[in-house]
Design a protein around this ligand. Structure first.
Ligand SMILES: Nc1ncnc2c1ncn2[C@@H]1O[C@H](COP(=O)(O)OP(=O)(O)OP(=O)(O)O)[C@@H](O)[C@H]1O
Ligand SMILES: [Mg+2]
Length: 328
């Protein structure tokens, strides 16, 4: 049983590759007992950050530690942290079972552990097949089995859902949640929020190497206010009627509709009826995380000052933008 000490701490971490600033001043903590999503679009710096945590890339500035120590001071690191990175290679002629036996010997764990990890990832039956003939999803499972050999406290996975079918993704989700429930630590990257949304508790969203949001996924979701999109016959008359009812957050949407915050479609419809304003369209929008993720990571924010950690930015650019969770 683990004592829950597998904390990952990233402090003001930066990495330059020549003139490319791949990671810029990143700070976050991954606590044991939770699954943390590490999200950002292609080229955001996810793999580079994970490789720095795993001691495979030397930071230009800052530190990344596990249990308060850099990876190269961990002693037998495979016992502390297991990882799956992009493009893990396997000897194609080696069976899955043999591949795991070779690794087990290298990190000093007994052969019976091989059977345990094969079972844990659902590869027991396929264990004597050559890894070269494995599908992408099976290779992902074998990579995960390899990461689990040392019974680590911490798992660091780079885009583990790549190549998995929907059943595989559902399986991975429950596997990672169970792993975290045992008091262990999971850091998992993805460029798709939807892919990991149901798996993660905490989220670090980066764009161009910088933190755009760091905090609980639930807080991010709750920070988005419901809004009603309405197409009235008379914009001014409806706005006036809404304001008389203390509904004051009204903005024009790009498509000619009015966006009304913190209300319901029913209330807007009733107020319009009383004011004698015809309604040609009425739609209620709730939290749309994917849209928020897109706005947080799209290029327009690269020149914006870094956002305060843990607080989703509100109306980052005041250009008639109707706020979060708005139009697609
Ligand atoms: N070894 C390297 N040499 C030069 N540039 C690199 C190197 N590794 C990464 N980069 C650059 O650093 C930036 C971040 O790359 P990184 O692979 O960390 O992004 P990522 O978020 O993992 O992207 P993806 O979603 O495509 O996997 C990119 O601009 C990339 O070209
Ligand atoms: Mg990557």
């Amino acid at each position: 049983m683990h004592d829950g000490s597998g904390r990952i701490e990233v402090r003001q971490l930066s990495k330059n590759f020549g003139s490319v600033r791949a990671v810029a001043n990143l700070s976050f903590t991954v606590a044991p007992g939770s699954v943390t999503g590490f999200l950002g679009p292609n080229g955001a710096g996810k793999t580079t950050t994970l490789r720095m945590i795993l001691g495979l890339v030397t930071p230009s500035e800052g530190t990344a530690t596990i249990n308060g120590m850099p990876h190269d001071k961990l002693g037998n690191p495979a016992r502390v942290v297991g990882s799956v990175l992009e493009n893990e290679g396997f000897h194609p002629k080696r069976t899955a079972r043999n591949h795991l036996k070779v690794y087990a010997a290298a990190i000093g764990v007994p052969d019976r552990r091989v059977e345990e990890v094969l079972a844990a990832v659902g590869l027991t039956e396929a264990g004597d097949r050559h890894a070269g003939g494995f599908s992408l999803g099976m290779r992902q499972r074998l990579a995960l089995a390899t990461a689990l050999l040392g019974d680590p406290q911490v798992l660091v996975l780079d885009e583990p859902a790549n190549g998995l079918d929907p059943e595989g993704i559902a399986w991975l989700r429950s596997f990672l949640r169970d792993f975290a429930k045992q008091g262990r630590t999971v850091l998992v990257s993805s460029h798709l929020l939807a892919e990991v949304e149901q798996t993660i508790d905490q989220v670090v969203i980066i764009s161009h190497g910088q933190t755009m949001y760091y905090g609980q996924l639930a807080d991010l979701r709750n920070a988005q206010r419901p809004r009603v999109l309405v197409l009235p016959s008379d914009h001014d008359a409806l706005s006036t009627a809404l304001r008389e009812e203390q509904i004051t957050e009204i903005e024009p949407a790009d498509d000619g509709r009015l966006a009304v915050m913190n209300t319901s479609a029913r209330l807007v419809g009733d107020i319009a009826l009383r004011a004698g304003v015809a309604i040609y369209g009425l739609e209620e929008r709730h939290a749309d995380l994917e849209n928020l993720f897109f706005q947080l990571t799209s290029g327009q924010y690269t020149a914006a000052p870094p956002q305060q950690l843990g607080v989703p930015p509100q109306h980052p650019q005041d250009k008639g933008n109707t706020g979060w969770g708005g139009q697609r």
